[in-house]
Every structure is written in C-alpha cells, then in structure tokens.
Ligand binder design. Structure first.
Ligand code: C2O
Ligand code: CU
Length: 503
C-alpha cells in the first residue's frame, strides 16, 4: 500500500516558533518559506505514485496577492505552484501517471534520471490536453537531487517559468546511513530558486524582450517571493535547484562558509568547504550549513548574479532569503568526512582515455536571433548523434561567449576539464549540466570557452529495452532520442539543442 505523505512544513504559523522579538522584527518584510509536499513511499519496492495533475492555478507569491500560475496537484493536495517533491529509493520501480489538465500540450521531463528515452519526457513524449501519460520507471542510479519540468518543443521557457517544475530526490543505502540532515522541510530543505517579474497586482509576468533571455528582479524560493527561512541552530542541508530560465547565481551566506556535499548526480567524495558556489539553470547542489553558532541570530542567503540586462558586464549582489536561527538547544552533530562507499576514481578514468569523440559548439549569430549547436538548429525529425551503450566517450563543448551551459539527458557525466584546467573540487562529482560561465575581463576576444566531459550510458539503464528489442537494435527509428542542450531555457527554445539515440 502506498503511503503518500503530503505535508507543508515550515508553514506560516510554525515558522515564528522559537524566534526572538528582534528576529521577528527583522523578517517583517519577508514571507515565510513554503516547502512543497513530499511524495514518498519508504516501504515498498514496486508501487504507484499518486497521479500528478498539471493544471492552471492561482498562486500567492506574496501573501494575499493572487497570480496566474501552473501547479501540480495530487488527489491528496492542491499544488498552486510547482509540483510536489518526489522521493524514491534506488532499486524501486515506480508507476507514474501524469495528467494534463491544462489547455496546452505539455511534457514532463525527468531531469537527471538515468532512464530509457521512452520514459525521458522530452519533446517527443507530448501529453496533450486531457491526456494521461502512464509510465513505469525503474530507479537504477545512486542518491541524488534531480528534478522534473516541462520540455515542450519551443515552449519550455514559458511553461517552466509559470510553474511546471518540481524536485525529484533519490536515496540509496549509502545516503540514509551517512547521518546527514534528512528531515524533509526541517533540516533537509528544498530550495527551488527562480527569478520573476511581477506587476503591481502581484501577477507574475513573462516579459521577454526580443532576442533576450528572461531575467526578473524578484527572487523566489519554492514560489515564495522574498522569503525568510527559519532554521534550527545545527547542521542544515539545502538542496539547491536553479530552476530559473537564465539567471546564474553565485550563492553565499553573509556570515559563514559552508560545505558542498553533492552535485547534480550524487555525492562528492568528501564535503568541500567553500565560501561561494556557482549554480546555473538546471544545476543542483546540496550544501550543509552549520548554524549552531548563530543561535537566536540572523544571516542572509545572497548571490552574485548578472544584472537584468545580460549585456551589462557588471555583476550585482542580491539577497535571496533572510535566514533566522531559532534558539532551540540541539545536540551537536558532526558532518561525515567521507560521503561515498566507492569513491569516484577520476585519475583512473582520465588516464585511460584521451581522444575527443564528439564536439559540440554552442552558437549564437550576431543578431542574437539564431541559436544552434554545430550550426544546426534543433529539429524534431533529425537525429544529430548516435551513441553506443556502455562505451565511455569524451565530449568537448565550446562556445565563443560564456553564459551558456550544457545538459545531457539520460546520464551523469564527469567534468574532465573546464577552460583547459582541472575543474575545482565541487565539480569533481557526477554532473548532468555544466556551466560555461561568463568570465568578464578574463577571456580574450575569439577565445573559446571550453569544457571536456566524460559520458557513458550505463548498460543497466537500458538492459530491459535492449533485450526486448535485440533484433531491432540496428534500427535507429526504434530508439527514442534524448536531448542535449543549453539549459538557458530561451536558448534551448530557440534551437540550441540536439538529439541523440543510445544503441
Ligand atoms: Cu532540464 Cu532537457 O532539461
Ligand atoms: Cu545558451
């Protein structure tokens, strides 16, 4: 039997618990963070998730002000904006039904999941208005913070902006034994970051200037504008997802360093202490912050980001959220110093491979109107690449300008080189989206922003598909393609995307 635990933690009432008068005054202009409900079945291995209903809704980004939005509901809860957080265990087989109650076609892509192309939810798996998409999803991969979002051809940016997105967490035997903060919504907090524009009535607007990407001037977490987050004075884990259309965030806290423990596809070998972490659209990063020395205090979650005009070269610093630390007494907890059973062996991998198998150049023409990869705009009917199962390959990604990133469906990859150098430690774990950030003043005219990644499609993910269709494996028409693209959503929609099959 399914237990679906739907709860909204850190709601309006309890968020003021344990706060001092001074703290309450400081957060007067901020709104309490909401946490999406959690769908989780800790017991069964084979089960059905509550059906996901994608619908047009009304949502309050500011208390008392209603805005058009897209939400994902279940029979147990009404989702006014974004979807519930889905949590599954490695080894599970999970049945999903996704119902489109909107008046436009949608798709529901599982970003970061190692699943066959048929289940991927990319532009080919359209769900028309009134239709239901039924799939059965095997979970083979290790613990990670992934997500799901619309991927409709040419419409992704707008549909994700209005709210068709949610978090997808995978746990495994290792992740539950590490002693990391894991009480959802309490010390394990999803942070779905988006920037928005609002009109005077509090309506969210998708105002896209010609040949620009969307950037807003208001920062939302989980659909709450200008949030405050009330936390316990101990270790807190934030699962940060940049679900913005285009905005990069170099995140930091006003008064403390923190630890990066996981990137897109799973844990790092060990926690990395940092002052800032760069998160581009599509990327996830799990961090641990120790709030024990801030009992009864406050700090800010901030970010260095680009100004609203992306051609203005100066970075700006913004406040994303106010954090208030309550005065509860907690037992001290210690962060594990090793995060994995089997470490990611980068040296071994990089020493055994050297040739570049494929090269992808992210291209923008001078009028900023045409976006492509290798001079080919996305075409639903054209398969750009054919990739063999289980054979590791080095892919090179280049672009003349920074500010793009590169996402590959259906796998996790390792970053071998970024801008010709070994990547820093926070990028040495599994990734599925890699940033080619803007390096203002550092790059010469005509110099390529480059990155090399190691890609491999695991046999396990495809075993069943492969066995079923072993005779037809040379028939590429059978294989349902995956996408690779820039995750700046307006770039993707304009054609900076390609597709490949794995066979
Ligand atoms: Cu997050 Cu192709 O998508
Ligand atoms: Cu781009």
């Amino acid at each position: 039997a399914l237990t679906s635990v739907g709860f909204s933690v850190v709601g309006h009432s309890r968020s003021f618990e344990g706060l001092t008068y001074r703290q309450k005054k400081a957060i007067a202009d901020f709104n309490p963070l909401c946490v999406p409900p959690l769908l989780y079945n800790p017991y069964a291995k084979r089960y059905r998730m509550p059906t996901l209903y994608i619908q047009d809704t009304q949502h309050e980004f500011y208390p008392g002000k209603k805005s058009y939005a897209t939400g994902i509901s279940t029979l147990q809860h009404h989702g006014s904006y974004l979807g519930p957080t889905i949590k599954v265990k490695r080894g599970d087989i999970v049945d999903f039904s996704v119902v489109n109650l909107r008046s436009e076609p949608v798709t529901n892509h599982w970003h970061g999941l190692h699943i066959p192309g048929r289940l991927d939810g990319g532009p080919h798996q359209m769900i028309h208005p009134g239709e239901t998409w039924n799939i059965s999803m095997p979970i083979h991969q290790e613990a990670a913070t992934c997500w799901y979002h619309d991927h409709t051809c040419g419409k992704t940016a707008e549909q994700v902006y209005f709210g068709h997105a949610g978090m997808f967490i995978i746990e495994d035997k290792n992740s539950v034994l590490l002693g990391l903060p894991d009480i959802y919504g309490i010390n394990d907090i999803p942070i779905i970051l988006q920037d928005k524009l609002f009109d005077a009535a509090g309506q969210q607007i998708y105002d896209l200037k010609p040949n620009r990407v969307f950037t807003g001037d208001t920062y939302c977490i989980n659909g709450v504008a200008n949030p405050f987050i009330s936390v316990m004075p101990g270790l807190v884990r934030f699962r940060i997802l940049n679900a913005s259309n285009a905005r990069p965030y170099n995140l930091f806290f006003s008064d403390t360093i923190f630890y990066v423990i996981a990137s897109d596809g799973g844990f790092l070998n060990q926690p990395e202490q940092v002052e800032k972490i760069l998160v581009l659209p599509g990327e996830r990063v799990e961090i641990i912050v120790d709030f024990s020395k801030f009992r009864g205090g406050m700090l800010d979650m901030k970010a260095v980001t680009l100004p609203s005009d992306p051609f203005d070269p100066d970075y700006i610093t913004v406040t994303i959220a106010k954090i208030v630390v309550n005065s509860y007494q907690l037992k001290e907890t210690i962060l594990a110093n090793s995060l994995r059973h089997s470490e990611i062996q980068r040296d071994f991998i990089t020493n055994t491979l050297s040739d570049i198998s494929r090269s992808f150049e992210l291209m923008v023409d001078d009028e900023l109107s045409k976006m492509s990869i290798n001079n080919k705009e996305f075409d639903m009917k054209f398969i750009n690449e054919e990739v063999k199962i289980d054979i590791p390959e080095i892919w090179e990604i280049k672009s003349l300008k920074g500010g793009h990133n590169f996402h590959v469906h259906g796998c996790s990859f390792l970053v071998l080189e970024l801008y010709g150098e070994e990547p820093d430690n926070t990028l040495k774990g599994w990734k599925d989206t890699i940033a080619l950030p803007k390096r203002i003043g550092e790059m010469n005219e005509g110099e390529y922003h480059t990155c090399k990644i190691l890609v491999k499609f695991n046999y396990n993910t495809y075993r069943k598909e492969y066995m079923k269709h072993i005779e037809s494996r040379s028939d590429i028409n059978y294989h349902i393609p995956y996408m690779y693209h820039c995750h700046v959503l307006e770039h993707e929609d304009k054609g900076m995307m390609g597709q490949f099959i794995v066979y």
